[in-house]
Ligand binder design. Structure first.
Ligand code: ZN
Length: 321
């Protein structure tokens, strides 16, 4: 399969004005997006509702130039925690049903439920290789106030359980064990330090009503400063394509109807979590929290289990491939 994303999947030049992850003018987007998410770690354009609350006014990028709140020496400020084993009934241990034994998967639950209370910290800018962006963002929410941060952590737990049952070593970038963050650069470093075979950053989008479906964001070829994605562009595309295929099968949902030309794939060069990764990594936008029909799915525990199944199947397909 071709790895030249420029030929196949770069989004159309005209940004979707209501997609919170659309690159382009932050000012234009923020003004157009009252109530939309600040979703991707690094998009940093707007602010969603706090837990249980209504969507707030969007905010613009902070001019803060403070140093990022991470440990010196390029290491995460805390050691990533290996996920505990699944609480579900484990399968008998044997190599046969532990096909991912010896493989390491890092799961990155997008945002943090505490980010709403730590604006100053998450607005601090960090180096994403090519420029500086906010440490983290709050993420979006459904109209009823179910936050993206709650969604991403729930799906990540389900995904962890499925992968550990298959024998993988799983590392979460956070597990509601810190008041905010991690910053996007630290999220990338956790994957790198784990020497992960695959990293998946779990998100849900905050686009316009009528924009439906899931998509996977792939790293663009980026070189500059401390970023060089040359070695991960190809394998990340393989990982992303496997996830699109298996996610669609597991959930019965379709690739996004508002970007990616129906492929379910997008390529971004403005996300620190991808730019700074040295291991295969993708972001997955599981659906659009701002669309009532998608929100109905995203708020269903049964659907979230299907989503986690699709992610696990896609990761397993990639790792065995
Ligand atoms: Zn997000």
């Amino acid at each position: 399969m071709p790895y030249d994303h420029r030929k196949t999947t770069r989004r159309t030049p005209t940004p979707t004005p209501t997609s919170s992850h659309t690159p382009g003018s932050v000012l234009t987007r923020a003004l157009a997006l009252a109530g939309c998410c600040a979703v991707l770690a690094g998009c940093g354009a707007s602010q969603a509702a706090p837990p249980g609350g209504k969507a707030q006014e969007t905010r613009l990028e902070s001019a803060t130039q403070s140093l990022p709140p991470v440990a010196s020496g390029g290491q995460p400020s805390r050691s990533p925690q290996a996920a505990p084993q699944s609480s579900r009934s484990p399968q008998p241990v044997s190599q046969g049903n532990r096909p991912l034994a010896g493989r390491t998967v890092v799961i990155d639950p997008g945002h943090n439920s505490g980010n709403f209370r730590h604006s100053r910290e998450i607005n601090q800018k960090v180096n994403i290789g090519t420029t500086r962006k906010e440490c983290d963002t709050t993420g979006t929410s459904t109209d009823a106030g179910y936050t993206e941060a709650s969604f991403t952590l729930d799906v990540s737990h389900r995904l962890r359980d499925l992968l550990t049952a298959r024998g993988a070593k799983v590392v979460l970038t956070h597990d509601a064990d810190r008041p905010w963050g991690p910053c996007i650069d630290e999220r990338a470093r956790i994957g790198n330090a784990a020497r992960a075979d695959a990293v998946v950053s779990v998100h849900a989008d905050g686009s316009a009503v009528g924009h439906r479906g899931f998509h996977v964001i792939l790293p663009a070829r980026v070189r500059g400063g401390s970023a060089d994605t040359a070695k991960i562009v190809g394998p990340s595309r393989d990982l992303g394509e496997d996830i699109v295929d298996r996610f669609a099968r597991a959930t019965g949902t379709s690739p996004a109807n508002y970007l990616g030309s129906g492929t379910g794939l997008d390529v971004r060069d403005d996300l620190g979590g991808l730019n700074l990764s040295t291991v295969p990594k993708v972001f997955v936008e599981c659906g659009n929290m701002r669309d009532p029909k998608d929100a109905q799915l995203l708020t269903s525990a049964a659907w979230r289990q299907k989503a986690a199944q699709g992610l696990a199947d896609g990761i397993a397909t990639y790792l065995k491939g």
